[in-house]
Design a binder for this molecule. Structure first.
Ligand code: GLY
Ligand code: MN
Length: 458
């Protein structure tokens, strides 16, 4: 569904008040109290799908440990995905043979109150989570001995845990260089150490990786996940609209970043999904520039890439705009090339298409429209399908061979012209539906005329 061409219409103050109230009401649903974000059955279904994949064994998933320093506790994404439990030092065992799950957790009322963990996770953890058996953390060793003794294959994720603002594959690459293969370090990841200990303590047991099994499941979002992503997207879209209304020459980049974050958090987001990226002038070639250290000048063109996180789920949006609210002919040329490619892909996405089919289809559409694809603006463009989006902003899983309903990803064509201090990127987060796609982050002015009109509304 290509809805990115919807024109901005003036919103009256009363209407604005009503839509603000509606937004708060709408978000309240997602922010219901209780230990789990989704229904217990949602997590039970995920565990059951994992059991199908590990019928010869059990998966042991380590939960996140308490943070050092004054950071809030955050659960790792795979653990969160399978259990919804946000408490430190928990371990989940998903038993594929007995088709039941065990949660190893020792949580005092005081610790729960201190971390704001709902108390039913202390008084009735099995009832609160739907996990069949909840045992004290100290019983984990005996349970693993029993599983190994009964000839279970022991599955565990080999890839590093993914915490907020982290992406497991990128973390793995960084840790390999900085730690694992660093001759002056050489430590294993926590997962590597756990795998090693399982091998040493249960030499007869086979230890296998289950990261890709969980990741494959995470690639396809359920209706409940899509709904939460939709809510997160509304927060991001609204924050961008506020930023676009406020921006003007003389504004420091850090003020743009602060405004975006303020509007996201005001609407109920927990954090940003990643640091706010703001590229302008000489910083355009550094596509993830995040220092926010320029004062925006009349004539500057900005690429702003930010997204909120709501209840662990992320959204990815990039908006490109002139600081003074008026495109120069050259800014318009490169921007419209990028937008044309982006819109053509949104018009094509549907289940069954491969990335190559989309690429060929985009070319065909633009040629039919009489677009000259031989300009430097079109030749410079790269990107398109960027990465999955979900519990991580660069969510787990390789790019799709073929689009399937429930996939959520960022479409992010971009181009950079360093000699001209110019860059452009148009990015929306898109959900593949049964017969097309839904632009989750629709509602930001995208056409040149709409951006210019919108930015006049100071
Ligand atoms: N939002 C940053 C990126 O996709 O790389
Ligand atoms: Mn992206």
């Amino acid at each position: 569904m290509n809805t990115s061409t919807i024109r901005e219409t003036p919103v009256r103050p009363a209407l604005r008040l009503i839509s603000a109230a509606a937004l708060i009401f709408f978000l309240a649903g997602a922010l219901a109290a209780g230990p789990l974000v989704f229904e217990k059955s949602e997590y039970a279904g995920r565990r059951a799908r994992l059991m199908d994949k590990i019928a010869d064994g059990a998966a042991v998933i380590l939960g996140a440990q308490p943070p050092a320093g004054y950071h809030p506790f955050v659960q790792s994404n795979d653990f969160l995905y399978l259990s919804g439990v946000e408490a430190p030092n928990a371990v989940l065992v998903v038993d594929g043979k007995r088709r039941e799950s065990l949660l190893f957790l020792t949580l005092t009322e005081r610790a729960a109150r201190n971390d704001g963990i709902p108390l039913d996770l202390v008084s009735d953890p099995a009832g609160a989570t739907g996990i069949e058996r909840v045992l004290p953390a100290a019983e984990l060793t005996a349970a693993l001995e029993r599983l190994a003794g009964q000839g279970y294959v022991l599955y565990t994720p080999f890839m590093p845990e993914e915490l907020p603002r982290e992406c497991s594959t990128e973390k793995w690459r960084a840790l390999q260089t900085a730690m694992i293969t660093n001759p002056w370090d050489g430590r294993l990841t926590r997962e590597g150490q756990f795998k090693k200990l399982l091998g040493e303590r249960f030499p007869k047991a086979e230890v296998r990786d289950c990261s890709s099994m969980i990741w494959e499941m995470r690639t396809i979002k359920s209706a409940a996940e899509a709904d939460l992503l939709r809510k997160c997207a509304r927060i991001g879209v609204n924050a961008y609209r506020e930023v676009l209304k406020a921006v003007r020459p003389g504004m420091p980049e850090h003020e743009l970043a602060a405004l975006f974050e303020y509007h996201c958090k005001k609407a109920g987001a927990g954090d940003l999904a990643y640091y706010a990226i703001i590229c302008s002038a000489e910083n355009h070639p550094y596509l993830h520039y995040y220092k926010h250290d320029r004062i925006l000048q009349d004539g500057d063109f900005v690429v702003m890439d930010c997204g909120p996180d709501l209840k662990g789920y992320d959204i990815d949006i990039t908006v490109s705009f002139p600081v003074n609210g008026r495109f120069t002919p050259r800014q318009q040329e490169i921007y419209e090339a990028c937008l044309a490619v982006h819109k053509a892909s949104l018009g094509l996405y549907k289940p069954g298409l491969s990335a190559d089919m989309v690429k060929a289809g985009v070319r065909e559409i633009l040629e039919k429209q009489g677009t000259n694809l031989d300009t430097d603006a079109f030749k410079q463009l790269s990107g398109g399908f960027g990465h999955y989006v979900g519990l991580a902003v660069h969510d787990v899983g390789r790019g799709p061979a073929v689009l399937r309903p429930g996939m959520v990803f960022a479409n992010e064509p971009l181009a950079v012209f360093p000699a001209e201090n110019l860059g452009v990127r148009v990015e929306n987060t898109v959900l593949i539906t049964a017969d097309g796609c839904e632009n989750l982050t629709d509602g930001i002015p995208r056409e040149v005329r709409d951006i210019e009109e919108f930015m006049k509304k100071k």
